[in-house]
Design a protein around this ligand. Sequence first.
Ligand code: 5MM
Length: 332
Amino acid sequence: MTSAKLAETANALVADGKGILAADESSPTIKKRFDGIKIASTEENRRDYRDMLFSTPKANRYISGAILYDETIRQKAADGKTLVAKLKSAGIIPGIKVDMGAKPLAGHPDETVTEGLDGLRDRLKEYAKLGARFTKWRGVYRISDAAPSPACVIANAHALARYAALAQEAGLVPIVEPEVLMDGDHTIDVCEEVTEEVLRSVYAELANQNVWLEGTLLKPNMVISGKDCPEQAGVAEVAERTVRCLKRTVPAVVPGIVFLSGGQNDELATEHLDAMNKLGNLPWKLSFSYGRALQAAPLKAWSGKAKNLAAGQAAFLERAKANSEAATGRYA
Ligand code: 5MM
């Protein structure tokens, strides 16, 4: 696959008013989500839930791509069609999470490094055959008095860049996801400082590994107050600081930045994205790659019951439409 193909996929994922559905919850995470609606995390329930989202009529007006988990990319829906085939026929680009999760970083209590580089070249080839056109890898950074340590920042940036280079070699667009968690009582100042340091290190490593930025997307956290910080920054401040931080660190040739929601409530995640786009004068597209902020409402409406399928899809479409409007700064 040529560079042109990588750029074409990256640009299609951030086409005007479109964003990504992150549905790549690993088994422990989807179990947590299903616990919330009191249904068992069986293979069949996971399949039906994801089929419900992917088959939502007209979703492709707002959703460009969906990130899958290893189980999902191999799964067939109850009607016998693969979930990948259903996404493709709905006009949604299939993607795949290729990291093997954040694991304890030796010598650094409470910090993690994301693993999964061993054997990645072969896994990427297989995912491409299964129909994936883009990939995702998430590095996780916790804020505390001692964290993130330089070791955590360097190790995760290195892994993200090694992954991105391998993904491009396989003809798959890498979504580079460095997530500074909102857990903690830190101020928005600290979040901005840490996010800037993390993004600087990520782009330095991407350059070291010869990653072609035009064929990548960035999936960062927003610059936001810690969840338990007594002073919560408002929407305008989050938007201004996030855009300032990104302008300082993310090269203009990157086609798009697709935010994670990170545990923000879904309405706020939409308002923040909208406020950023309303600022205008941005070198890249700013859109969404939300998991919880797109799925919380449909998960609740569906609640594991086939009779609620239409209600689940309506709730999903509503969040997708709102975020699509926010991705062009037209959310009212
Ligand atoms: C959907 O959740 C993704 C997978 O997490 P686990 O591997 O821990 O199960 C996660 O990477 C997600 O893609 C991003 O964090 C964005 O999701 P949110 O919910 O933060 O928007």
